[in-house]
Design a protein around this ligand. Structure first.
Ligand code: M6R
Length: 657
């Protein structure tokens, strides 16, 4: 979603803003802009549709100086991604400039009102009303004007505001969209996320909801919604910029895939002390945890898949009902919560996902205790929960989540063991057995990553098959054209086909959908495999519980779809084999994810392709199965020349509903 950066100090603001926006590119965006003010109160405003490069290219050979500025990458919600809709926005005059992340829900009514007062609008965005409101309320004090303006806004916002009359002030405000303040020496920053300013400072202040800050180069003051000054804690960031850089890898995604053994190793070292699981920020007593009779997990996307797997894990370990819901559904459902008994577990990499945050708040209001699983330290979900377990994956930059997913899975196993210890639902011997199996997982992951060549080969064969089919279509087009005597008809036909082929190409693999099938604890793995593929390759892919195949998806089967079957050794192995036989009987093409050494599944009557994982207790197998699925999606995306780290239309953290 939109990214915000702001700077005030003595250095060149343009350089700092572009550098910061570059670090926020991972959030997803479709236009960008900056506004810079110099000490002589001159404004430089530049906005461009498309990638940041379009903006930074315009700055080459142009000396833009200025000590104060705001910058923005926009992920379109209201109005298309063009220059007029790009931020910063201004009011009737260019005296007040504003960047915004979030959605102003009452922008329509506000616009109508402002129009009556003589305000003219030049964009289709919701944001522009905020600039007009600040302009309207300005009486010589920017902080007060912003304070009054945000009092009129409904919805969510993180704002950066500057004004030509006060070139030594940067104002920031937030409600339900993330915003941090970076503290420097003789300079200060604002940003949507830590990576944007990490190369400049490690000391930050997290703005909370309904807080507003007045920032000069030497001072930061934070106020509540009534403009009363409040004291805020400074937080020191202790991770470094390396984790937010590619370090020689072609993409963040493959770097993050490869980091998984290290991440899982780190979680185990950090969380297991003297054969006991330890969590430091639970803020829930043993008695409170013992009283829990049911658990509700809420999450979105990949985190939802981790939550679904968490259901299998916790049910086996705790033998109490565990429900999982996508946050966007849970928040509007009748939530059944028994005070003191129901534990809510929001799962989120970013800790800022709007629907998950709203679910947390809805459940809290009904008296539920909240224990979140978050990756980003200090994020909104982490701060608003009763307790938090950090998943310790380190910064995840690629939009497609990989290491954050396996870190969430491992955290569920550990949480299961911890709660089982309190509830006495697993024998001590089993706990020790599980712990010793878990400790082997980093090495097993390394082993899979070593065999990446095989995945690459399968991916390339598949990409080749697709290109071959496309070439065939074009060949057909050529043959048809020569049959036409009438050149006008020939041209019409050619144009029609060009459009069709183009849209087939645009949809990628329209003729080659993927179906992912899994059972039991690997049913969520099938969903996650399909999500990974579709988000970075734009190939249509569905994940299904294999037992559901006969209830619909089997109608899709002929030689074209690739059916990825998770058929590792387990109690449901025979069931998976029988699913595969049914697919093969219909000329289906099967890629099996299998246990190394399984000779049966290698046979032609079962698999066209096989990707292996080492032998592992089926209960922990999702941790390994994830890797070939991630790599398959990655290598197909690379083969198709897709924008792996920043797929179209997607944002890393979805901070609006
Ligand atoms: O930050 P969160 O974990 O709350 O994000 C949830 C989803 O938006 C996220 O997992 C999304 O589905 C990823 N792009 C998947 O790779």
């Amino acid at each position: 979603m939109c990214g915000i950066v702001g700077y005030i100090g003595d250095k060149n603001a343009a350089t700092i803003l572009i550098e910061g926006l570059r670090s926020l590119e991972y959030r997803g965006y479709d236009s960008a802009g900056i506004a810079i003010v110099d000490r002589r109160k001159r404004l430089f405003l530049l906005k461009k549709a498309g990638k940041l490069k379009a903006l930074s290219d315009c700055l080459i050979n142009r000396h833009v100086s200025g000590h104060l500025g705001i910058g923005h990458t926009r992920w379109a919600t209201h109005g298309e991604p063009n220059e007029a809709n790009a931020h910063p926005h201004y009011g009737n005059t260019r005296d007040f400039l504003i960047v915004h992340n979030g959605i102003i829900e009452n922008h329509h009514e506000l616009k109508q009102q402002l129009r009556k007062d003589g305000h003219r609008f030049s964009s289709q965005t919701d944001t522009e009303v905020a600039a007009h409101l600040v302009e309207k309320f300005y009486k010589g004090d920017l902080l007060k004007a912003v304070c009054r303006a945000i009092g009129c806004l409904k919805g969510s916002f993180a704002l950066g505001v500057i004004c030509m009359h006060e070139p030594d002030v940067l104002v920031a405000a937030r409600k339900d969209s993330p915003l941090i303040i970076g503290l420097g020496k003789g300079e200060n920053f604002i940003a949507s996320d830590v990576p944007a300013i990490l190369s400049r400072t490690r000391d930050i202040i997290y703005l909370d909801n309904n807080e507003i800050a007045r920032i000069s180069k030497d001072e930061v003051k934070v106020f509540d919604a009534k403009c009363r000054e409040i004291q805020k804690k400074k937080v020191r960031i202790n991770w470094n910029t390396d984790s937010a850089e590619k370090a020689g890898f072609a993409h963040f995604m493959i770097k993050e895939i490869e980091e998984q053994p290290q991440v899982i190793g780190r979680i185990l070292t950090h969380r297991i002390k003297s054969k006991q699981v330890v969590f430091e920020n639970l803020n829930l007593s043993r008695a409170q945890l013992k009283n829990i009779t049911d658990i509700q997990i809420v999450a979105c996307g990949t985190a939802y898949h981790a939550g679904l797997c968490g259901k299998y894990i916790l049910e086996k370990m705790l033998r109490i009902p565990i429900n999982v819901d996508t946050s966007s559904e849970f928040r509007y459902r009748e939530q059944i919560i028994t005070k003191g008994r129901t534990l809510i577990i929001p799962v989120s990499q970013s800790g800022e996902t709007a629907d998950t945050l709203a679910s947390l708040r809805a459940a809290k209001e009904k008296g539920a205790k909240i224990l979140s699983l978050c990756n980003v330290v200090g994020s909104s979900i982490a701060r608003e929960s009763d307790g938090v377990i950090y998943t310790l994956a380190g910064p995840e930059i690629s939009v497609a989540s990989t290491k954050a997913y396996t870190a969430q899975l491992m955290t569920f196993y550990l949480l299961g063991l911890y709660l089982a210890g309190i509830k006495k639902t697993i024998a001590d011997k089993t706990v020790l057995n599980y712990l010793s199996k878990m400790k082997k997982i980093p090495a097993l992951m390394r082993d899979i990553l070593k065999n990446q060549k095989r995945v690459k080969k399968v991916a390339h064969e598949y990409v080749h098959r697709y290109h071959y089919r496309l070439a065939e279509q074009f060949k057909f087009l050529e043959d048809e054209i020569v049959q036409f005597q009438d050149p006008v008809k020939a041209l019409e036909f050619a144009e029609k086909w060009a459009r069709l082929s183009h849209s087939a190409y645009g949809r990628r693999f329209g003729d080659f959908p993927f179906l992912y099938l899994g059972r039991n604890v690997n049913y969520p793995s099938a969903l996650e495999g399909a999500l990974k593929l579709k988000e970075i390759t734009y190939i249509s892919a569905e994940g299904y519980a294999a037992g559901e195949m006969k209830h619909g998806p089997i109608a899709l089967i002929d030689e074209f779809p690739l059916v990825v079957c998770i058929a590792t050794k387990s109690a449901v192995y025979e069931k998976m084999l029988s699913n595969i036989r049914e697919i093969k009987a219909r000329k289906g093409t099967v890629l099996s994810i299998a246990t190394r050494g399984d000779k049966e599944i290698q046979k032609k009557e079962y698999s066209n392709y096989v990707l292996e994982i080492p032998e592992i207790d089926e209960f922990f197998s999702p941790l390994l199965v994830a890797l070939p699925l991630q790599m398959l999606a990655y290598h197909i995306a690379v083969g198709l020349n897709c924008d792996v780290d920043q797929p179209r239309n997607l944002a890393k953290s979805v901070t609006v509903e």
